[in-house]
Write a new protein. Sequence first.
Length: 289
Amino acid sequence: MSVIDVKKLKKYFGKTKAVDDISFTVEKGEIFGFLGPNGAGKTTTIRCMMDFIRPTEGTVNILGLDAQKDSVELKKKIGYLSGNLRLYNKWTGREHIDFVSKLNGKDDIAKEIIEKFHFNPDQKVKSLSSGNKQKLGIIMAFMTNPEILIMDEPTNALDPLLQNTMYELIEESAKNGTTVFMSSHNLSEVDRVCHKVGIIKDGKMVATESIRNLKEKRLYTVTAYFSDIFDKNEFVMEGVGITKEIPGGLLLTAKGDINELVAKLSGHNLKDLQIEHASLEDIFLEFYE
Ligand code: ADP
């Protein structure tokens, strides 16, 4: 059984369809990246999963429990990192950590992450930079050793070095059996750390794929330079896109079988030819066409 099971989730704010019929599952120990640009509906989905807001339609089931009916019980099992952290300005980091510790947090985990992130817990929150506030949020989300981590843009405000520390922390948790659901607008981050990706666009899930499958999707970029005369219309064929004309040549994309394209190209006197597997970035753009 899936650890997270979201079915036909819809959340409308008046006429705005923030989340429009989204379904996905996440398996135990999986790191699921919920990828999309700002305004795509990521935070709204997460807020429904956490039962901070109620969906217009659809269900969220986590660890076999209903996100609405079993909300109190579920919150004990979930480590949550908001994209919009609310902390007490007058408290120090240590006071926040002690508070979570009294609920169900583990001091040894907090200590380990404090060291990893070089976090100073003795400063009052009001004097912390946004990066340091984020570190505190991360410590509080991880220190209960939760079965599930739900994080909204977890590397927000962290510099690249600390982002890497965060990726290692996420990977370590997943290895120990924690299931991770994280949103991101950063493709290379999802590529770096996630096993599976759900791509959300205008409230709809346009694709759910394992990162490996996504990379194996046969999409090529082809750059051809011609010594003879060519006409771009020759290359109008199934699965081939003409990205742009470049001096003396063409930049093309090819999907699936490239034999027909190669045959057409070989009828020409070529100066140079380059065929590359498309980057994850290009594959992503395909979904956003
Ligand atoms: P993301 O997290 O991907 O940036 P959001 O879930 O925050 O996207 O927003 C999705 C859409 O829903 C946006 O158009 C946003 O303006 C709208 N939206 C989000 N929250 C509210 C709200 N409380 N009231 C009205 N519209 C909202």
